[in-house]
Design a protein around this ligand. Structure first.
Ligand code: ARG
Length: 460
C-alpha cells in the first residue's frame, strides 16, 4: 500500500525511476525518533486549537508511542515505496489508527518545517556527543602535559629548531584549539536552540491557530523561528555544524601529523602503544601510526562534506527546494566519522610514550638559544638590532667550526663583541632559557602550570 503524502492531482503514480531517485529512507531513518517526538508535540497543539478531541489526542499519542517502540525494536521499518522517513511514519500511524484519525495529524505542518526541525534536534544531540568526545581528547592532552611538566623539547617554526619549549606547552597548544571547538559547538547550540521551525508549514506559516512556541518548548527549544520562510529554507545551521566538525578534523589532523613525524626513526620522540598502532602484511618489523594517518585522511573528508554542502546551498532561491534533501548525508557522515575517530585518537594520545631524554637533549641544538643571547644583550642595554647581529655572528662562528653556542670560549665571545661578557653563559642553558620566558602564555614552567589550571577551569 503506497502511502505517498501527495497524489490527489496526479493521474498516475510515480515512475519506478522517480521512486528510486527520490527515496531518502536509507539515510533519513535515523531521524525517526525525532519525527515521532515532533508528531507528539504537533498533536498537542492541534488539540489545543480545537482540531482534535481529547480522546483523539489520547489515542493518537498512544499510537505514536506504540509506533516508536516498534521503530526502536526494528519491528517497523521503511518500505521500498516510502519516499522518506516522514512518509513511512505516517503510513505506520495510518495502519494503526485508521485513515480518519491518522490522517488528521498532518494538518498545519509540512515535511518542510518538519525536516528543518528534526535535523536541528538530531544535530543538537550529536553536537553534545561530539563535545564529550572532544573534551576527552583535551583531557588526555592535559594529562600528558601534567605528567611531563618540566620536560623540554625543540620548539619549531618552519619545522626548524627555533627556541626550546616545554613538551607540556606544546601539547597544550594542541588542546586550546579543541577548547575553542567546544566553545563553537556551545555557541552553535545556543543559536539553534532559539529557532524551532515547526509551525512554519511549507513556507508561509499556518492558518490553523497552532502554537509554534509550545511545540518548540516540547521539543527542547527555547524559542520558535521568527520567519516561516527562513525557518524552512535556511540551512546555515547545517553548514555551521559541518564547519565545526571540519575544524575539529583539521585540529586533530595537525596533531596527527606531528605524531607521525615524532614516530619516525629520525625524530624518535615517541613510541605508540601496541593497541593503538598497526603492523605490515609484508614487513615484520613495521609498527605504523595508522590512527594518526586516518585522522589526517578523514579531515579531508570532513572538509569535503562542508564544501559540498555549501555548493548545494549557494544558488538556492527561497524557500524549500528538493536540493535540500542533499544536506543530510554529508553531515551525517561528518558525525559518524568523528564519533568513531575521536575515541581511537584519544586512546592513542593517552597511551603515547615520550622519549623525554632525547627531546630534552635536542632542545637547545641547532642554535636554539641564539635568541637568548640577543635578549640578554638587550637587558645589558644593547639595542636589539645590534644584539641580533652579534648573536648572529656567534652562530656564524659556531657553524664554521661545527660547534654549538655554549662551546664558544670567553675569548671567542669577547672577540665578537666586548658586550659579550662571560655572564652570557647564564642564558646558554635550556633551563635558563625556559625560565626566562615567564610572560603570560610563555613557556616557563610556572606559566605552563598556570596554563594547565586555566585549561582545566575552562573544561569545568
Ligand atoms: N525528504 C525531504 C528532505 O529531506 C523533506 C521532504 C520535503 N519534500 C518536499 N517535496 N517538499 O528535505
Amino acid at each position: 500500500t503506497s502511502a505517498a503524502l501527495w497524489g490527489g492531482r496526479f493521474a498516475s503514480g510515480p515512475s519506478p525511476e522517480l521512486v528510486e531517485l527520490s527515496r531518502s529512507t536509507h539515510f533519513d531513518w535515523r531521524l525517526a525518533p525525532y519525527d515521532l517526538a515532533g508528531s507528539r508535540a504537533h498533536a498537542v497543539v492541534l488539540q489545543a486549537a480545537g482540531l482534535l478531541s481529547r480522546d483523539d489526542l489520547t489515542t493518537l499519542i498512544a499510537g505514536i508511542d506504540a509506533l516508536e517502540a516498534e521503530v526502536a525494536s526494528g519491528a517497523f521499518a521503511a518500505q521500498p515505496d516510502d519516499e522518506d522517513v516522514h512518509t513511512a511514519l505516517e503510513r505506520g500511524l495510518l495502519e494503526r489508527l485508521g485513515a480518519d484519525l491518522g490522517g488528521r495529524l498532518r494538518a498545519g505542518r509540512s515535511r518542510n518545517d518538519q525536516i528543518a526541525t528534526l535535523f536541528k534536534m538530531y544535530l543538537r544531540d550529536h553536537g553534545r556527543r561530539i563535545s564529550v568526545l572532544v573534551t576527552e581528547l583535551v583531557e588526555a592532552l592535559a594529562a600528558q602535559a601534567e605528567t611531563h611538566l618540566g620536560v623540554a623539547m625543540p620548539g619549531r617554526t618552519h619545522l626548524q629548531h627555533a627556541q626550546p619549549v616545554l613538551l607540556s606547552h606544546h601539547l597544550l597548544a594542541h588542546a586550546w584549539p579543541l577548547v575553542r571547538d567546544l566553545d563553537r559547538l556551545a555557541d552553535w547550540d545556543a543559536r539553534v536552540s532559539a529557532d524551532s521551525p515547526y509551525g512554519s508549514g511549507a513556507l508561509a506559516g499556518s492558518s490553523l491557530g497552532l502554537d509554534p512556541e509550545k511545540v518548540a518548548a516540547d521539543l527542547g527549544f527555547t524559542g520558535s523561528t521568527a520567519n516561516s520562510i527562513d525557518g524552512t529554507a535556511a540551512r546555515d545551521f547545517v553548514a555551521e555544524f559541518a564547519f565545526v566538525t571540519a575544524q575539529i578534523g583539521v585540529d586533530v589532523s595537525r596533531l596527527a601529523e606531528e605524531i607521525i613525524i615524532w614516530n619516525t626513526k629520525e625524530f624518535d620522540f615517541v613510541t605508540l602503544h601496541d593497541g593503538y598502532s598497526t603492523g605490515s602484511s609484508i614487513m615484520p618489523q613495521k609498527k605504523n601510526p595508522d590512527i594518526a594517518e586516518l585522522a589526517r585522511g578523514k579531515s579531508g573528508r570532513l572538509i569535503g562534506n562542508l564544501t559540498g554542502l555549501l555548493a548545494t546551498l549557494k544558488g538556492l532561491p527561497l524557500a524549500y527546494n528538493r536540493d535540500l534533501q542533499e544536506d543530510k548525508e554529508p553531515v551525517f557522515d561528518s558525525i559518524d566519522t568523528l564519533e568513531v575517530l575521536l575515541p581511537a585518537f584519544t586512546g592513542m594520545v593517552a597511551t603515547l610514550t615520550f622519549h623525554t631524554e632525547r627531546m630534552q637533549a635536542l632542545a637547545p641544538q641547532g642554535f636554539a638559544l641564539a635568541t637568548d643571547i640577543a635578549e640578554w644583550l638587550v637587558r645589558e642595554g644593547v639595542p636589539f638590532r645590534v644584539a641580533h647581529e652579534l648573536s648572529g655572528a656567534c652562530v656564524q662562528v659556531c657553524e664554521q667550526r661545527g660547534i654549538e653556542l655554549w662551546d664558544l670560549s670567553d675569548d671567542d665571545f669577547a672577540a665578537i663583541s666586548p658586550a659579550l661578557t662571560p655572564r652570557v653563559r647564564d642564558v646558554l642553558t635550556v633551563e635558563g632559557s625556559l625560565a626566562s620566558r615567564d610572560s603570560r602564555g610563555g613557556t616557563a614552567q610556572v606559566r605552563v602550570a598556570e596554563q594547565l589550571a586555566e585549561l582545566r577551569d575552562r573544561l569545568r
